[in-house]
Design a protein around this ligand. Structure first.
Ligand code: MRU
Length: 357
């Protein structure tokens, strides 16, 4: 089996003028790299989840915006900036929930503005440098999340995770799976339970794939089995990722996460959200302010099945994310350490310290 840990999930081929991603819709059966140059293809890759996971979407959008900038034929800054903003607006419309998408595009726009006095080709170079900086920071930040998360684990622990917040959801390591991958590098072993994660099966197709490839003792369960697994006492800790954390600590993540947090409280299992500080959105006061992406009904009724598995005419509710109440979260594992309540105060310190507010 291909060890996915050898690949960067998102990359730039500057010579070719392409965003290079692993097509996650083909996993686990095929490891296929896509080279995307057209803005429409990059937008669709994000919408169709060929590249997915909050940090990976952010890096892909930054590289995508650089590629758009490269193609802009403008004489003056005003014209260049107007067209850059149009391109950013288009990429931002691909998915609404993961704040990293908007965060990365905003960083790119700021980098352009900061260099507005330069000649247009030099502004384009500055945008390439910023996109690569965002990518390199992502790798460093995820590794640091892994280091902090690892302090919560001991060899042989049982870990439950939901969706995929691993290497495939970032450039390397991931967030929720970073402690596992880092532990593996150091010869540790864990027993990881991964929820299948209906309807798009990120747990079965992606987390199970990258964990097995990394030699981790991995058990796949359907989402509705988590309660039994917790009751059996097989899980010492739950690690999940996150798409947007509101200022009060409410956290949006893949649909099913909040149910898991409720189960964790019931069975007394610590529930940690692993997220880079870029996922904390101080401009969003509480979870109910987070826009939740609604996806097509076919993902529930037809996808993966040989034949449709629900009657025509049935109504379908298919939110891609839910919001876990802050009271259910034991702590946030960030690149700066593990943050516990009071969340707002600690997030302010985190964002302030890094000048990111
Ligand atoms: O719809 P997806 O697959 O993009 O959802 C991804 C998740 O919910 C992840 O847990 C989240 O983005 C964190 S990734 C480090």
């Amino acid at each position: 089996m291909e060890n996915i840990m050898r690949f960067d999930t998102v990359n730039l081929d500057d010579g070719e003028g392409a965003l290079v991603i692993i097509d996650q819709t083909k996993l686990p059966n095929e490891v296929e790299l896509l080279h995307l140059s057209k803005q429409e293809d990059i937008h669709n890759a994000i919408y169709r989840l060929q590249v997915r996971g909050a940090p990976a979407i952010g890096v892909a959008a930054a590289i995508g915006l650089y590629l758009a900038a490269k193609e802009i034929d403008a004489e003056c800054w005003e014209d260049f900036y107007r067209r850059l903003k149009q391109a950013a607006y288009y990429l931002a419309s691909a998915r609404p929930t993961a704040v990293n998408l908007f965060w990365a595009l905003d960083r790119m726009e700021k980098a352009a503005c900061k260099n507005r006095a330069l000649a247009i080709p030099d502004i384009k170079n500055a945008l390439r440098d910023e996109a690569l900086r965002i990518r390199d920071e992502d790798i460093r930040v995820c590794r640091a999340i892994g280091e902090h998360g690892l302090t919560l684990l001991k060899d042989g622990d049982g870990v439950l995770t939901h969706c995929n917040a691993g290497q495939l959801a970032a450039t390397r390591y991931g967030t929720a799976l970073a402690p596992i991958h880092l532990g593996r590098e150091r010869g540790m072993n864990f027993r990881v339970f991964t929820d299948e994660t209906r309807p798009l099966l990120q747990g079965a197709r992606l987390s199970a794939f990258e964990l097995v490839a990394d030699g981790v003792d991995t058990t796949l369960i359907c989402d509705n089995m988590a309660s039994q697994v917790l009751k059996n006492g097989w899980v010492d800790i739950i690690f999940v990722g996150c798409d947007r954390v509101a200022a009060n600590g409410d956290a949006a993540n893949k649909i099913g996460t909040s149910g898991l947090a409720i189960l964790a409280k019931h069975y007394g299992v610590p529930f940690y959200v692993c997220a880079p500080s870029s996922t904390v959105d101080m401009a969003t006061e509480r979870g109910s302010d987070i826009v939740i992406e609604q996806r097509p009904a076919e993902e529930v009724t037809e996808l993966w099945y040989e034949r449709r598995m629900a009657p025509e005419g049935v109504k379908v509710y298919n939110p891609a994310f839910d919001v876990t109440d802050n009271a259910l979260i034991t702590g946030f594992v960030t690149e700066a350490g593990i943050l516990r309540a009071p969340f707002t105060e600690n997030f302010r310190r985190l964002k302030g310290a890094e000048g990111k507010e």
